[in-house]
Design a binder for this molecule. Structure first.
Ligand code: AN7
Length: 372
């Protein structure tokens, strides 16, 4: 047997009918739809093309009578949807001659920026709120070689600082104020339509800095404008009760939630999110940490899909809407975006459960312990 690196067949396969289609990342796949510089090679980790998983058991737990899909964005290379926007932002930064990039982050943006910067050979600086970043995100950012700086403040403080820093130092901001980020992130909407053959009736997602809801709406709107989908979905946004500025129409100076990804009190894309919600005839609502934990558990138990807590906010929002009677998805197709992988935040996941029992290494002890 010959060992070594296989070359991946890209265009012509040696096989008559290739069993696996090579995927080359969101920039290559949606190139003509992305308004970024195209004269440099994409900085890519082959992000995107994430599965749209049918979730019938979870749909039943949410009251049933509708079709539910999970867009599992946790399967992107660094474990979150941020990779879609980072391939475009870092590629654009390289095209612009940048040597260094900076962002503030609740964690996922930091890990993603660090990975793509590493791939491009750029210096990367990330600001994270001290003690409020999930372990897997911090481990990622450090491993990819970013300079990680913790601040005694929250995401919003960090964002203010990096915006100012990028104005007075030669360092490019890669938070979602950067328009190249949205160009990449809108590809998730394209993928959903490409797979379903139409837009879903509803798209549900957690909302923090509101870049993702803005990007999805941009993606659906562009497909609609070009006649690829007959209509756009309605949007259902979810914020955590302790960090719900858009729901309440006021800045949260001290945002708090165990879903640290969306612990954001003053979203940058606030106005765009409001416009998208209005145009889509959608809703935005807030859900408690207990509701988030409940659905975080259920999506794993009922469907085998392990996500980080923020993702469960979208499911909790559906449950709340049905309970209160303002959300009725019967006969409709609903997509919930699972924005980040469960392994990002093992601590929150484990806090919900009792530690495993320990037994002696004997069969009788095992048979005694198992519950069938
Ligand atoms: C898993 O990483 O803001 O509304 O700095 O990590 O586009 O902000 C993360 C946000 C949802 C909210 N789900 O998206 C960051 C950061 C997960 C996230 C959101 C985030 P936006």
């Amino acid at each position: 047997m010959k060992l070594g690196f296989a070359t991946i067949p890209t265009r012509m396969s040696a096989l008559a009918s290739p069993k696996v289609i090579a995927w080359s990342g969101v920039i290559a796949h949606y190139r003509e739809r992305l308004d970024i510089a195209h004269h440099v090679a994409p900085v890519t980790l082959l992000e995107g093309n994430t599965p749209l998983i049918p979730a019938p058991r979870l749909a039943d737990a949410l009251g049933g009578g509708f079709e539910l899909f999970l867009k599992y964005e946790g399967l992107n290379p660094t474990g979150s949807f941020k990779d879609r926007g980072m391939t475009t932002a870092i590629t654009q930064a390289v095209a612009d001659g940048a040597r260094a990039v900076i962002c503030a982050s609740t964690g996922n943006t930091a890990a993603s920026a660090a990975a793509y910067a590493a791939r491009a050979g750029l210096t990367c600086v990330v600001l994270v709120p001290e003690g409020k970043i999930a372990a897997g995100k911090l481990a990622g950012a450090l491993s990819y070689g970013a300079q990680v700086i913790a601040i005694n403040g929250n995401f919003d403080d960090g964002l203010r600082m990096v915006r100012e820093a990028s104005r007075c130092a030669p360092i490019v901001l890669v938070n979602n104020i950067n328009p190249a980020r949205l160009q990449g992130q809108k590809t998730a909407a394209f993928e959903i339509c490409d797979v379903l053959g139409s837009a879903p009736d509803w798209l549900c997602l957690p909302v923090g800095n509101a870049g993702n809801i803005t990007a999805y709406w941009m993606g659906f709107s562009e497909y609609h404008r070009d006649g690829l989908i007959a209509q756009r979905p309605r949007l259902l946004g979810a914020q955590a009760a302790g960090a719900a500025p858009i729901v309440h129409g006021r800045v949260f100076d001290k945002p708090e939630t165990l879903a640290t990804a969306i612990r954001i009190g003053n979203p940058v894309r606030w106005q765009e999110a409001l416009a998208a919600l209005r145009e889509s005839n959608g809703y935005i609502t807030d859900v408690t940490d207990d509701e988030i934990l409940n659905w975080h558990r259920l999506v794993a138990r009922l469907e085998g899909v392990f996500v980080e807590p923020a993702c469960a906010a979208s499911l909790a929002a559906i449950a709340k809407g049905r309970r209160e009677g303002w959300f009725d998805p019967r006969g409709q197709r609903v997509v919930c975006v699972m924005t980040g992988h469960g392994l990002k935040d093992p601590d929150t996941a484990m806090r919900s459960f009792a530690a495993p029992i320990t037994i002696e290494p004997r069969l009788e002890a095992l048979l005694e312990a198992v519950k069938l």
